[in-house]
Write a protein that binds this ligand. Structure first.
Ligand SMILES: [Zn+2]
Length: 329
């Protein structure tokens, strides 16, 4: 197998037998440079599941190298896959019924931004809300079809995510309509994110075999503002807040650390993409991005702005770019 070393940008031929799990061997970069007694040390490991390699001695990171010819085939296969792949959608009436900024997250935004600024948010991101003031982040693809909506609860004052809390804390007033979010002990109120399609399944409105095919949050902006380049972040909240500070870009979110994948980037692969990893996650996103760029020909560049300016405390908190902008307002 031909490996590409992300560190020195060179290719190396390595024989990796098929199998499962981790494979250990000598490193193609540094083994021959080591003292004779250490040259046989298996400092290189290849993770067959994640298809990434690492050498603990010289620190090199590897992915499989795919030539441009094979890449072309792979891309065509990709396109065929996505045409034949059956995608389930949500009826737009649910989105229309949910639109509004009276969620707790909306209340937080209203405390910082003015009406005109917030109108753009509703127009662009189609923010929704539930009866218990959770926000709904609608995932709309570039065909303007709705994949689903992610339902999340925030603290209206701080704009931080709400975590699970005791059922009868003064914070929630023991409202009777929360029973469905109480666990079987009846003691904890859960605020873990949920999805519109899951709720519709529970109500037997959607069939049980309905499946989510997640896209990037904000993918539909590509059609609305094709001239804008893409800024990619992890959380939906960060994308929304940053679009208020920096409206000349299309801010999109992966909706999770591990959602930076080829499938999600594929629809935007021709755009210039700058990714802002949350602090603590820079290296992970860096290696994912380089791998995706190699495999589907995208042009994701990671910004190291946060890495450069963050203090040790900020780094430990794992802050994101919106936290920096908010703290300056
Ligand atoms: Zn090495």
């Amino acid at each position: 197998m031909e490996l590409y070393n992300l560190t020195d940008k060179k290719k190396y031929e390595v024989n990796i037998p098929s199998g499962i799990g981790e494979y250990y061997s000598t490193c193609p970069v540094c083994s021959h440079l080591r003292k004779p007694i250490n040259q046989k040390k298996r400092c290189f490991s290849w993770n067959r599941t994640k298809e990434v390699g690492h050498c603990y001695h010289c620190g090199s990171s590897f992915v499989e190298f795919i030539e441009s010819e094979k890449l072309k085939d792979k891309n065509e296969k990709h396109i065929n896959d996505s045409i034949t792949q059956h995608i389930n959608y949500i009826n737009p009436k649910y989105l229309n019924l949910s639109l509004g900024l009276d969620s707790n997250f909306g209340t937080f935004l209203k405390s910082i931004f003015n009406k005109d600024e917030l109108k753009t948010i509703i127009d662009d991101y189609q923010l929704g809300m539930t009866k218990d003031n959770s926000v709904i982040y609608w995932y709309i693809d570039k065909e303007n079809k709705i994949r689903s909506g992610k339902i999340m609860q925030y603290d209206p004052k701080t704009g931080k995510r709400r975590r699970d809390e005791p059922e009868c804390s003064p914070n929630n007033g023991c409202s009777p309509n929360i029973t469905d979010s109480i666990n079987s002990n009846g003691r904890t109120r859960r605020f873990a994110p949920t999805w519109v399609h899951s709720e519709l399944k529970k109500q037997n409105i959607l069939p049980n075999d309905w499946q989510l095919t997640q896209c990037l949050f904000g993918e539909h902006l590509l059609i609305k503002y094709p001239e804008k380049s893409v800024m990619l972040v992890e959380s939906e909240k960060t994308a929304i807040i940053m679009s208020l500070y920096q409206p000349s870009f299309n801010w999109m979110a992966t909706g999770g650390l591990n959602n930076l994948t080829e499938n999600k980037i594929y629809p935007v692969r021709k755009c210039e993409i700058t990714a802002f990893a949350d602090l603590k996650c820079f290296e992970l996103w860096q290696s994912k991005a380089e791998r995706i760029n190699l495999n589907i020909g995208s042009k994701i560049e990671l910004s190291n702005m946060l890495e450069e300016r963050a203090t040790k405390e900020e780094r430990e908190l794992g802050l994101d770019i919106a936290d920096f902008f908010l703290s300056e307002k």
